[in-house]
Design a protein around this ligand. Structure first.
Ligand code: BG6
Length: 511
């Protein structure tokens, strides 16, 4: 990986969990690998009054607990933290930003960062307008060759619906140009998600088959075994459609479906992503009723442990109708995908944490080898496992040695873990480094975010406007509402259930 340009990373919301668990550990990992220059510095900003020392102590704990190189490079932690600072600030108060400006000038003078500032908004979304505006008021958004670059990273949610998504883009663009904006979707930072592009476009064998002539349908699953885990307050106003589908799942689906980009650069790749979103067949009320299933987990015993239902979670309205599960079928109306159903599902409190893309190839036109109990003519699958046990699995029929023609589905698989010497960077490591290098390839562009909102908006409207819109309960630890199986209407085809319970306490997921 290329070393970052020297800069100051300013983290707004630095006293929060994300900074402690993800951002600073990822920054330390970059540092431990020599990818952060000695002239780079970090400035944590938030309202809480903290000294540099107290902030450093807290970050040290985060690094030891969450960084990949924390234990191995323990001796480097104090050195790394010497270039970590903290500034308390009332982000709403424009006059307070003089403190920030002074501090930045001071650090820049000490380290020599050439005026390169990368702002990271790890804050509630209601600050996404005010912080850029206040930075702009103090000219902290201005960039040029002589005064350095200024970039800003924002975390999802990028709006709450189509209208607010458009408004957010409009507000951001008042103070920063599109090429200064980095909208983080941490799924795009996952190695296996990026590997989708390599699998498709670096191998001659897949791309000729990657279309409506050979692919029967595509399935994308992102399941989580945890519930809302103390985030009930946020989640209850969001739900799985906004939290996972509008961003992570649609972004992954776009990489599966996109046309080959002209180059492997931000503009080309993001143009192709946008085209996929623009080709999504718009949903009407009838499609939503028939093709979108939402569910909410209910209390159940999971592997011997009692799990509370969603409505009993802290911060959740006891009458909440927020979905913790979504399964849906949709189509991409273009030449490559005409008529091919895409099935996506995501949920909390499912049996296990697994994310995968499954390409189901069409069966042979005629079944020669019949009466084989271990073989299905629908069996050619390419499974791209995003997490855990990252890798790729191809399933196909093989003859069992011996008389006759007994056929069995067998697996050919590749596991990332087999590449022993290869270090797999965390999504935040990869994405932060990219922003430091000015590479927005793996960040969502404003027009694509709006197009994705445009696609899900009819679903949100239908659920909001129809008090009788179905919301299915499903016991925590199950694979969601059983009715989701009926989305796939063809005989012999179901969702892929990659995991099975081994015993009371164990689960085995095939890859
Ligand atoms: C986040 C969602 O964006 O992604 C969470 O807000 C979800 O609700 C998380 O748990 C899942 O990410 P990962 O990387 O653990 O699959």
């Amino acid at each position: 990986m290329t070393k970052a340009e020297d800069h100051i990373l300013v983290i707004f919301g630095a006293s929060g969990d994300l900074t402690y668990r993800k951002l600073v550990p990822a920054l330390f990992d970059l540092y431990a690998q020599g990818l952060l220059g000695n002239k780079s510095a970090i400035l944590g900003v938030s309202r809480t009054q903290l000294s540099d020392e107290v902030f450093r102590e807290k970050m040290k704990k985060g690094i030891l607990a969450f960084a990949n190189f924390g234990e191995e490079s323990k001796d480097k932690i104090d050195l790394f933290l010497k270039s970590t600072f903290y500034q308390s600030l009332n982000t709403f108060d424009v006059s307070d930003y003089t403190l920030l400006k002074d501090r930045l000038e001071h650090i820049d003078a000490e380290f020599g960062n050439n005026g390169n500032f990368l702002y990271y908004l790890s804050t509630p979304p209601n600050l996404y307008k005010i912080i850029p505006e206040n930075l702009a008021h103090h000219k902290l958004n201005r960039q040029s060759k002589s005064i350095g670059w200024k970039r800003i990273i924002i975390e999802k949610p990028f709006g709450y619906d189509l209208k607010s998504g458009i408004a957010l883009n409009r507000d951001l663009l008042k103070f920063f140009k599109e090429d200064q904006l980095y909208r983080i979707d941490h799924y795009l930072g996952k190695e296996t998600v990026q590997n989708l592009l390599v699998t498709r476009f670096a191998n001659g064998i897949f791309e000729p088959l990657w279309n409506r002539n050979f692919i029967h349908h595509v399935e994308i699953t992102t399941s989580e075994s945890i519930g809302v885990e103390g985030r009930g307050g946020y989640y209850d106003g969001s739900g799985a459609m906004r939290d996972m589908v509008q961003n992570h799942l649609l972004q992954v689906a776009a990489l599966v479906a996109m046309e080959p980009p002209t180059t492997i650069e931000a503009t080309s790749i993001r143009n192709e992503t946008l085209k996929v979103f623009q080709s999504l067949r718009p949903l009407n009320d009838r499609n939503v009723r028939n093709h979108v299933i939402r569910g909410q987990y209910t209390a159940a015993k999971v592997r011997g442990k009692q799990v509370v239902g969603y409505r009993e979670e802290e911060g959740v309205d006891p009458d909440s109708r927020t979905e913790t599960y979504v399964a849906m079928k949709y189509f991409i109306d273009n030449w490559r995908w005409g008529g091919v159903p895409f099935y996506i599902r995501t949920g909390k409190a499912l049996p296990t944490r697994v994310s995968e893309v499954v390409i189901h190839f069409k069966p042979t036109p005629h079944t020669l080898f019949i009466d084989n109990k271990d073989f299905s003519n629908n069996g050619n699958l390419l499974v791209i496992r995003i997490q855990p046990d990252e890798g790729i699995l191809l399933k196909f029929g093989m003859k069992i040695p011996g008389a006759g023609f007994e056929v069995k589905n067998v697996n050919m698989d590749f596991h990332y873990s087999d590449m022993k010497q290869t270090y797999v960077p965390s999504a935040y490591e990869r994405l932060l480094l990219d922003a430091m290098l000015g590479d927005a390839t793996l960040y969502a562009r404003g027009d694509a975010v709006e197009a994705a909102w445009g696609f899900v908006q009819p679903i949100l409207d239908y659920w909001k406007n129809d008090p009788d819109a179905a919301l299915y309960g499903y016991p925590a630890g199950s694979w969601g509402p059983e009715i989701a199986d009926q989305l796939i209407t063809e005989p012999e085809i179901t969702w892929r259930y990659p995991c099975r319970n081994l015993a009371e306490d164990g689960i085995y997921c095939e890859l």
